[in-house]
Write a protein that binds this ligand. Structure first.
Ligand SMILES: NC(=O)c1ccc[n+]([C@@H]2O[C@H](COP(=O)([O-])OP(=O)(O)OC[C@H]3O[C@@H](n4cnc5c(N)ncnc54)[C@H](OP(=O)(O)O)[C@@H]3O)[C@@H](O)[C@H]2O)c1
Length: 181
């Protein structure tokens, strides 16, 4: 399970799917969810903007969630925690829902206790030893078409602030870039 229409989550989900897991994405809006299932090949996608996150998560992951790749925090994390299976694991990569204000507190930390969950944060720059290998593998995956990757490109530095605000509102589709020249 991961935030799926963003740059990081879309790649994570594809790698996990290739490793043989059932993968459920979470994305904002019907168009992004369609992209996640039809183009990225996830087994299901939950639209977190549809207003029924708990019910939709339950339907998409009826047997519960064993692993969760966290990019966003807030309401999505709260909803996922409720569905985590015993001894489930959470990789904490980002908390984007709080980047424009304050990261919302976890509503029910008791699930870490009752479900005996493990959460591990990580910072990509701490793993530079495997960077060349990852670049090679991911580059080959994109070149061969096995990994789908999408970008939104804003033209010119003058459009960077708007692109950044759009990023915080989920307006971008895939990695947000700014083309300077
Ligand atoms: N730990 C590290 O070393 C490291 C390195 C790079 C990035 N990161 C973090 O990884 C995360 C993803 O980065 P990215 O480059 O993939 O960003 P991205 O392409 O902009 O994707 C962000 C994703 O978050 C979703 N999102 C945004 N606001 C949300 C909200 N309020 N509630 C729920 N979902 C929301 C978006 O959903 P929709 O567009 O579908 O609405 C999108 O799927 C970020 O938190 C970033 O800070 C961490």
């Amino acid at each position: 399970m991961s935030a799926a229409s963003g740059a990081v989550g879309s790649v994570v989900g594809q790698l996990v799917k290739a490793a043989g897991c059932r993968v459920v994405g979470i994305a904002g809006g019907a168009e992004k969810c369609r992209y996640v299932t039809e183009t990225l090949g996830f087994d299901a996608c939950v639209d977190y903007k549809a207003g029924k996150l708990h019910d939709d998560l339950k339907a998409a992951a009826p047997d519960g969630i064993d692993g969760y790749f966290e990019n966003v925090g807030g309401d999505v994390l709260d909803a996922v925690l409720l569905r985590m299976n015993a001894f489930g694991r959470i990789a904490l990569c980002g908390l984007i829902s709080g980047y424009d204000s304050v990261t919302p507190p976890i509503k029910a930390p008791r699930f870490f206790l009752t479900a005996r969950l493990k959460l591990q944060g990580f910072i990509v720059s701490e793993h530079m030893d495997v960077w060349p290998q990852a670049l090679q593998e991911l580059g080959a995956g994109v070149a061969s078409g096995k990994i789908e990757f999408r970008e939104s490109i804003a033209q010119g530095l003058e459009n960077a602030p708007e692109a950044f605000l759009g990023l915080l509102r989920g307006k971008n589709f895939g990695k947000q870039l700014v083309k300077l020249i």
